[in-house]
Write a protein that binds this ligand. Structure first.
Ligand SMILES: [Zn+2]
Length: 119
């Protein structure tokens, strides 16, 4: 399952960062995911529910920002946002395009609860 392995690597990353900062817990995890990755939000939420048990992120909230696919037409130079399944340039109809956005799979930020006496 695609989403499960994505979430597994997210959890490994955020736990490592949280431990480096001596955080008591992780309050929120903010992801940025491109629509072209075909990640299903429900599956991601489910994977998170399972994987957060017993971790520093047990009570964390998961936010996912979806990035719309964005491409450049290599024929006319037009740049445009589009649906996952329609890659053609709306200006000239060309299908020779270069994807600029939409493949993101990033941890945008995480919010940590860090004790006062640590820095
Ligand atoms: Zn074009």
């Amino acid at each position: 399952m695609h989403e499960f392995s994505i979430m597994q690597s997210v959890m490994e990353n955020v736990e490592r960062v949280a431990k480096e900062h001596h955080a008591r817990r992780i309050e929120a995890i903010n992801l940025r995911i491109g629509d072209m990755t075909e990640v299903v939000q429900d599956s991601l939420d489910f994977a998170f529910e399972v994987l957060r048990q017993g971790t520093l992120a047990e009570d964390a909230t998961l936010h996912v920002e979806t990035i719309k696919p964005f491409s450049e037409c290599l024929d006319c130079g037009n740049t445009f946002e589009h649906e996952r399944t329609d890659l053609r340039c709306p200006a000239c109809g060309s299908s020779i395009t270069k994807q600029l956005k939409g493949h993101e799979l990033d941890i945008a930020s995480i919010e940590l609860d860090i004790p006062e006496n640590q820095s």
